[in-house]
Structures are given as C-alpha cells and as structure tokens.
Ligand binder design. Sequence first.
Ligand code: DCP
Ligand code: MG
Ligand code: MN
Length: 345
Amino acid sequence: KVRPRAAKPNEELANILLEIGEYEKNVNLQPFKYQAYRRAAQSLSEHPEKIKRIEDAKALKGIGKRISEKISEYLKTGKVSKLMEARKNDKSKILKELTRVAGVGPSHAQKLLSEGIKSLEDLKSHQNLLTHQQIIGLKYVDDFEQRIPRSEMAEIEKFLFEKIKKIDKDYTITLCGSYRRGLESSGDVDLLITHPNYVSLRYAEEYRLKATKNLIIETKKSPIDLLKNIVNKLSEIGFISDTLALGETKFMGVCKVAHDKLHRRIDIRLLPYDEYYCGVFYMTGSDVFNRDIRKIAKEKNFILNEYCLRKLNPDGTPGKALKVESEEDIFRHLGIDFIPLEERY
Ligand code: DCP
Ligand code: MG
Ligand code: MN
C-alpha cells in the first residue's frame, strides 16, 4: 500500500528549520539540536493546516521553547535571523559540500577543512585523507544523493527475492525502511534476512526440535555463512559493486539493479529466526516512530529493542524475551492497536 500524498501547507517553515538544524550539526557540531529541529520540522510538515499563530505551533509535538522563538520570528517577519547567519557563514558552505560524501561527518569535515580541503575536487586529489568507506562515498557522491524511486525499489525487491530464494528457498527476506512504510522514494535499500537454521541462544532448544538439519545457534564462536553466501552470489552476478563492511550478520555496500540505474546504498542484516520480527519492526522505522514506540513500551513496563521485547520485573530488570512471531505479536504484547505501515512516521 502506498502512502497518499498529503498537502503540506507548512513546508517552507519546515525547510527553514531543517536548514538551521543542518547548520547546528555541521558547523556547531550539535547533533542533538539537529535532531530537535528535525523533529519540529517533521511535525510541521505533517500538520494539515497552515500555522498562522504561535499558539498553533506550540501545540504540535516536538516544538520546544527555542524552536518556537524561531517560529514566532518567522510568523512576524517572514524570516529567521539564525538562518541568515547560517547562510552567511563561509565555513558552512564548505562543510555542507564535504559532508555530501557518505561517511564524512561534521567533525571529520572540519578536520579536512583545517587541512586545507575546500571542495570535493580537493578531496579527489587527497584520497589519502579518507577511509575506504569514504572513498566509496566520494566515488558515488552524485548517485547516493538521488532518492530511489519506489518502482526501482520494487524491482530491487523482486530481483533479490529471486536470487536469494535460488540460493536456498528457506531464506525469509524483507525489504524494510522507508520502502516498507510505503514511501514514494527511499534513500537506501534496507534488507533483512533470516533462515530457520539460525536461532538465538534463548530459543535454541525449541527450534532444535523443528529444524531439519544444520541448526546454527548464535554464539560468538561458530562462523555463520548465511549472509556471506548471499553477498558472494550477489557480487558474482554484478548486483553488488562495492563492499563498505562485511561481518557475519551485517553487510553494508553498494548495488545496482540494471545498467540504466544508479548505484545505490544497500544494508543487509542477518537475524536469528526467533528475533526476526523485532528486527523487521525496528528496521521499518521510521527512527522517530521507533523512539516514540519505545517510549510507549517503557511506560507500559516493557523494554523493546531491535532484538526482543521483554517485560520489566518489579525491580526494573528485564524478564525473559517474549515470543514474537509477527509484528502483530509486538502490538498484542504491548496492548496497543496495530499501527499500519503507512502510518509509521
Ligand atoms: N533506525 C532507527 N534509528 C536510527 C537509524 C535507523 O530506528 N538511528 C531504523 C529505523 C529506520 C531503519 O532503521 O527506518 C532504516 O534506516 P534508514 O536510515 O535507512 O532510514 P529509512 O529507510 O527510514 O529512510 P531512507 O529512505 O532515508 O533510507
Ligand atoms: Mg532506508
Ligand atoms: Mn539504511
């Protein structure tokens, strides 16, 4: 199901806040302020009516004192002086340019700047200052900035499904992230996989009875090839072009689904069979939605993370992981109504 396109009467204001947030992050190295601006921008962007009075803005989620001052100024004058300040800052332009490279964060960008790097051109001739991951980020900087249209995501999904099932039909795979939430475009590909032969220690006994052969229990010692086999195959057939990082349960890299398509960032995670749906729930997001739902869980004396859902004991320690065999199970345990994918902002 695709999310319906909504009218966004506060988009201009939301974009101003986002731009100030980026300035806080890149120039002032204030990631938490950035998060706050992003939250406020999200609230405004979703609000269906045009904000005309500061009281209306203050009533929205995520709008605190400092941000509401900026909104006040905008409502009165149509401008925000903090934004003017940000746009005038020369450093700001360079840092924005350098942080276009995936893997170059604000503080590394400032370090590069202090070593005289002022543009991507400069960087190309000073690759010794970059890590392997950043070199790949630089190589595909233009491609990575392009969102992936939903139609291409669907093509990637179909491709992956076919190729992975051909390796072993028992793999379960789910394309998560913004695509699963029904967005029209995505920033990257978030793929989760599991296999009935791979379980966490906590459910090992139960699954040992069900598994047909080769049960692998998650321990530090036994090497797990379930992800490596997929990555090798996808590289061999030219779908994966670069590897940023490959571990037993996590792959980060670059893929391209067809000749006329761009290079895309792809993350693949291998999860134990019994932890799959907590992982799917987490990786579906959004990150803001996840934070909200974890807060709700906590209020109800549960602790939810990407691996499991546990009830808290009276002394505050987590109890045994609850059995979760679908996303619905998570909502059921928490005692709240199922939230449809396209509503998980
Ligand atoms: N996630 C999270 N907290 C983070 C990062 C990620 O909860 N700090 C979860 C929720 C995200 C999911 O992981 O939805 C995937 O991360 P992405 O960064 O790929 O985010 P999206 O897929 O939602 O958006 P995009 O279209 O930009 O990839
Ligand atoms: Mg994503
Ligand atoms: Mn991702």
